[in-house]
Design a protein around this ligand. Structure first.
Ligand SMILES: [Zn+2]
Length: 441
């Protein structure tokens, strides 16, 4: 059990009162924060980190991503969403192997750690390989093996039973740093009986569900035609929201839809850079906040966002809402920081992540604010929201383990990962021939 003492640091605790401590200390014992502010006189650290000029913040939680899609960064540019999927993404994925998933996720892990991420909620294929990356990197993660329910020959690497085996293999592994979820792709791909079966399984096995929901008005129209209900109404009637659920996007939503999401305690993962880059439009988050819906922030996959930079997604969340709602008071104060930390953590079952206070998990980062773009520090919270760059992150601690220090990844061989991922990505797209499925909205 390593004991870490961080000294002379400003601490943005993100506790309920929004407490900010100035020039104080944080004590970590094993995987838990044991003190923030005053340190017990008998605390004897194994390692001391001088936090002078830095801010300690709960580490970021990427609430929705497809980490192996680093392989498709820059591969599907300047296209509308249906063509992006049908002509590029699902063509490349026809050649996807489990080794590609490992290499792509490892590259994503390097990038995410560098941007202050302590946990990510991932939705993809061959998830054993992502779990290996999580185990090795020291990160925490919610892992979902995406399934379609269109016949076993259309699944990627496993059918639903296969993904349950994956869950059994990894449940409780990596010192409990891995959480497992069930992953139907979406209501626009998955047949209703398949969604109902997953809902029943989730309930029986106490597993959360993670899926894509209501990304466009076309999806809503198609759902109304096919099922007589909106995508959210349809999912609710099938029982998908009866247990914990993370619904990515929810861009086209009615007031009734929002009432369902609130009543069923669904978490909405918000990925603003994808929305802007794919010109999908954006939802008015004030409607979600007004109902108390838990909204968290993600990067989505690098095939759509292009990167996995959480500070960028935080800033864009705030700026996009202010701009779109023509309301400079939208998403004020530390709200976006809470969305990008504790809201996402809660959604994937990391209940003790997202606050710097005694008893919470030691999942935190240090940000160097002694840099020109932070000065003068009139308003620390606003500076963290609007001025932080990934490169300002100096230390990342997950479960009490220091995994990143001043430019150096301490658990991953970054040079090797970069080399293998780029070669693997070039190789994969050169093998790609056919789309693996078709998006019709
Ligand atoms: Zn997604």
């Amino acid at each position: 059990m390593t004991r870490i003492l961080i000294t002379h640091v400003d601490v943005v605790t993100l506790d309920a009162a929004g407490t900010v401590l100035r020039d104080r200390s944080i004590a970590i014992d094993g995987n838990t924060i044991v003190a923030a502010g005053d340190i017990p006189i008998d605390f004897t650290p194994d390692r001391i980190i001088n936090g002078y000029g830095q801010v300690a913040l709960p580490g970021f939680v990427n609430a929705h991503c497809h980490s192996p899609m680093t392989y498709e960064r820059g591969w599907a540019e300047d296209l509308p969403f249906p063509r992006w999927l049908n002509e590029k993404i699902w063509v490349a994925e026809s050649a996807l192997t489990s080794d590609d998933v490992y290499r792509g996720a490892a590259l994503a892990a390097c990038e995410m750690i560098r941007s202050g991420v302590v946990a990510f909620n991932d939705h993809y294929f061959y998830m054993d390989r992502v779990a290996e990356v999580v185990k090795k990197s020291g990160l925490k993660a919610g892992l979902t093996w995406c399934v379609f329910g269109l016949g076993d020959d259309r699944e990627v690497g496993a059918n639903l039973d296969g993904t349950l085996d994956f869950i059994d293999r990894w449940q409780g592994r990596a010192n409990g740093r891995i959480k497992l979820l069930l992953g139907p792709h979406s209501p626009y791909i998955c047949p209703p009986d398949f969604l109902a079966r997953i809902a029943a399984l989730a309930h029986a096995r106490n597993l959360p569900i993670h899926l894509h929901v209501s990304e466009s008005p076309e999806q809503v129209d198609n759902s109304l035609k096919a099922h007589g209900q909106t995508p959210i109404g349809h999912l609710a009637s099938l029982g998908v929201f009866d247990g914990p659920c993370i619904a990515a996007h929810c861009l086209a939503v009615s007031d009734d839809d929002l009432d369902i999401l609130a009543r069923q305690h669904v978490t909405v993962a918000h990925t603003p850079i994808t929305y802007m880059k794919l010109a999908m439009g954006v939802n008015d988050l004030s409607r979600f906040f007004a109902r108390g819906i838990n909204v968290a922030i993600g990067t989505d996959g690098p095939g759509s966002n292009a990167d996995m930079d959480l500070p960028a997604a935080i800033r864009q969340t705030v700026i996009l809402q202010k701009h779109e709602q023509r309301n400079p008071e939208a998403v004020p104060g530390d709200l976006a920081l809470r969305m990008a930390t504790q809201n996402g953590a809660r959604a994937i079952g990391l209940e003790r992540t997202g606050v710097i206070a005694p008893g919470y998990a030691a999942d935190l980062i240090l940000i160097d604010t002694d840099r020109p773009h932070f000065l003068p520090r009139h308003n620390l919270i606003s500076s963290l929201v609007h001025c932080t760059k990934a490169a300002d992150v100096t230390h990342v601690i997950v479960d009490g383990q220091l995994i990143y220090r001043k430019g150096e990844l301490l658990t991953l061989d970054e040079d090797r990962i970069k080399y293998e991922a780029e070669r693997g990505a070039f190789n994969m797209v050169s093998r790609a021939m056919q789309p693996v499925r078709e998006y019709r909205g």
